[in-house]
Design a protein around this ligand. Structure first.
Ligand code: ACO
Length: 271
């Protein structure tokens, strides 16, 4: 089913929500209308019982060509600081929402990914791209610094020298290089990309969903903590997860210890 706003479309099939940037004629550049439509789509999908994993991809030749230079920058600047802050809130808002989304998320980068696109790229828990995709911090090429979190994403995901080169030179890199550098998990020929992402999503659908949410949040949180803080956080996060899921982990222990039907080191228990 498509939602009301044609800049974003989605459909749900076999537990996977396929959410798409849908301005192919503008290379899926993020306009204020698209940013608002994304937030609405994320709202609509987050707690649906038939959604276990969300995949974010793009229609046409682009994942997203970053912020819309005309509609996001030039036109909102006409309204002064009020307009600028509003459009920033709308874009940063859905990226933040995606970073802490209830369901596991996968970026399926089918083509161009520039500048502001690094926000949703980082917001997704996992990322797979086409060999044919191109990634770039192109801000420097039109005269700004990589803002909107893009510099932070580069520094989080890349070694220092590569982050600096990527931000200062503004040269696009292909999918294979993006995987080598750590911007994405894997790069795959475009023709095989959707099958690979579907297989990963299906594996995630087998896991305990309460544990998945606790795990993805933990991976994002512990990076800035000391070891002792992380240890404490993880104890408390598991105890909080227990209150939402008393039975799942007990069943996981039972199937391993009593039934001997699986090995947690090698795969998931039977939900
Ligand atoms: N903002 C606004 N319009 C855009 C954007 C964008 N980011 N990207 C593409 N478009 C528009 C073009 O203006 C063009 O519109 P028109 O048909 O009305 O003339 C249309 O999309 C198609 O774009 P082309 O450039 O013709 O497409 P092509 O496939 O040849 O090139 C490419 C694709 C490389 C992505 C090119 O469009 C491009 O360089 N876009 C800008 C990328 C960029 O630097 N984005 C900003 C990053 S910085 C930030 O996000 C803060």
């Amino acid at each position: 089913m498509a939602n009301d706003h044609d800049t974003v479309v989605y459909e749900v099939s076999n537990g996977i929500a396929w959410l798409k940037f849908n301005r192919p004629e503008k290379r899926n550049a993020m306009s204020p209308a698209l940013n608002r439509a994304m937030m609405e789509a994320l709202d609509a999908l987050e707690f649906r019982e038939d959604v276990g994993v969300l995949v974010l991809t793009g229609e046409g030749s682009s994942w997203t060509a970053g912020m819309d230079l005309k509609e996001y920058f030039r036109e909102t600047e006409k309204d002064g600081l009020k307009g600028v802050r509003k459009s920033q809130r709308e874009s940063y808002g859905w990226w933040r929402r995606l970073r802490w989304y209830q369901k596991p998320t996968i970026a399926m980068v089918n083509g161009w990914c520039f500048g502001g696109g690094y926000g949703p790229l980082f917001a997704c828990d996992l990322a797979f791209c086409a060999d044919e995709a191109k990634f770039g911090l192109s801000e420097i090429n039109w005269g700004i610094l990589p803002g909107g979190g893009a510099t932070k994403v580069a520094v989080e995901l890349l070694p220092f020298r590569k982050a600096m080169y990527h931000a200062m030179l503004g040269e696009p890199i292909d999918g294979k290089t993006a995987a080598e550098w750590g911007l994405v998990n894997e790069s795959i020929p475009l023709a095989a990309l959707q099958d690979r992402v579907t297989a990963v999503a299906q594996t995630l659908l087998q896991k305990n969903p309460v544990a998945l949410k606790a795990t993805k949040d933990a991976v994002r949180r512990v990076g800035v903590m000391t070891y002792d803080e992380a240890e404490d956080y993880l104890v408390r996060a598991q105890e909080a997860a227990n209150s939402y899921d008393n039975e799942g982990r007990k069943e996981g222990i039972r199937q391993f210890i009593d039934e001997k039907s699986y090995k947690p080191g090698l795969g998931a228990y039977d939900k």
